[in-house]
Design a protein around this ligand. Structure first.
Ligand code: FAD
Length: 337
């Protein structure tokens, strides 16, 4: 039976980044990916905040700009009839491009991959699993299988909390600016994320039961786009249901529930959890994640203010007349994007 130091479930950005970092440490690594790699698509805006972009470049040791990121230095925030223009530096990329890059780096370092497959049997006493009827042994098993993590459900007995998002790739009029849209009676927000040749237009909500489709139609109408046929939907974690470890099984990225509860930014958390786990696999992943968890908890606390219509409308309407409100909003938005 083939034995691996680490078997990773899921070749998304969290799993492939962790695999890459483990290969640098010369560990024997296998990734098992449900989808066929060539057809694998992840619905995502592909937006990286400055901290996410910096971390990505540090992990992959990139010092030039040979990856096609689009840099946007301005952000427009719409709240009803009020519009704020802020200086915020963000980077966007087609999600498929960044996923392929990361997986390629993992494979170049000698990582192994079985795609188009899922484990059939898992034995956490013997540390074995079976894929395509072949049994593999592991020292560590890593859950990186996304918001609907099968491994997490197998261990905890339940699905993690999740939100829902809708998105379209719109290529008729590429947009230049990152735009955010808030709506009354909707606990979420819409976005336009400019990319190289198109824009990702989407909406995500905080409570699943709120009317996401109606709000998305409102957004599409507001920007004069009729693209109803191309809309796709996907789940993302809520950011309030984090699970990191059971015995020698560790979770990273969406499968751990690591995502900003306010913005839904998840690429940063996929990268940072992969990095921290790679440095602390047999030591103290949980305690090293404390700082990250604290940040997410403070966002969780602030979320109810962001999605309080009355408070938001008041602050936005006073933005241009109050130095303090302007400063506070700018500070807050820069902190979370
Ligand atoms: C519509 C939308 C827009 C978003 N936009 C942004 C954004 O602009 N910026 C940002 O930072 N975040 C964004 N996010 C969040 C971000 O996409 C995720 O947080 C991020 O992809 C998490 O990476 P991951 O590797 O943990 O999970 P994933 O990227 O979901 O990867 C999981 C992998 O596991 C595989 N898998 C699943 N189940 C199994 C199984 N049983 N066996 C084997 N393999 C399996 C999947 O095929 C996939 O390859 C968005 C999310 C959504 C839904």
């Amino acid at each position: 039976m083939e034995k691996y130091d680490v078997i990773i479930i899921g070749a998304g950005i969290a799993g492939a980044t962790f695999g890459y970092l483990m290969r640098i440490k010369n560990k024997k690594v296998l990734i098992i990916e449900k989808e066929k790699i060539a057809n694998k698509e992840k619905l995502c805006g592909g937006l990286l905040s400055q901290k996410s972009y910096n971390l990505f470049k540090t992990i992959f040791n990139i010092d030039n700009d040979n990856i096609p990121f689009k840099n946007s230095r301005k952000c427009v925030i719409h709240n009803g009839n009020t519009t704020l223009n802020l200086d915020i530096n963000t980077f966007s990329i087609y999600r498929k491009d960044i996923d392929s890059y990361v997986l390629e780096e993992y494979l170049k370092k000698g990582g192994q991959l079985i795609d188009n497959s899922q484990y059939e049997e898992l034995d956490l006493e013997k540390n074995t699993l079976k894929v395509n009827s072949i049994e593999y042994k592991f020292d560590y098993l890593i859950g990186a299988d996304g918001a609907l993590s099968r491994l997490r459900k197998a261990i905890t007995g339940k699905n993690a909390n999740k939100n829902f998002a809708l998105e379209i790739a719109y290529d008729k009029t590429p947009k230049e600016l990152l735009e955010i849209y808030f709506f009354d009676n909707f606990k979420g927000y819409g976005w336009i994320i400019p990319n190289q040749e198109n824009a990702m237009i989407g909406i995500g909500n905080v409570n699943q039961e709120t009317k996401i489709k109606e709000s998305f139609n409102l957004l599409l109408k507001q920007i004069d786009i009729d693209a109803s046929k191309n809309i796709k939907g996907a789940f993302l974690p809520t950011g309030d249901d984090i699970y990191l470890n059971y015995k020698n099984v560790f979770f990273i990225g969406d499968s751990a529930g690591l995502i900003s509860p306010i913005t839904g930014e998840g690429i940063y958390y996929a990268l940072i959890s992969a990095k921290i786990l790679s440095e602390n696999l047999d030591k103290n992943y949980l305690s090293k994640m404390n700082k990250v968890i604290r940040e997410l908890k403070s966002e969780l606390f602030l979320k109810k203010y962001v999605y309080n219509d009355k408070l938001r409308n008041y602050l936005f309407s006073r933005y241009n007349n109050s130095f303090f409100i302007k400063k506070a909003i700018n500070h807050f938005i820069k902190k979370i994007i």
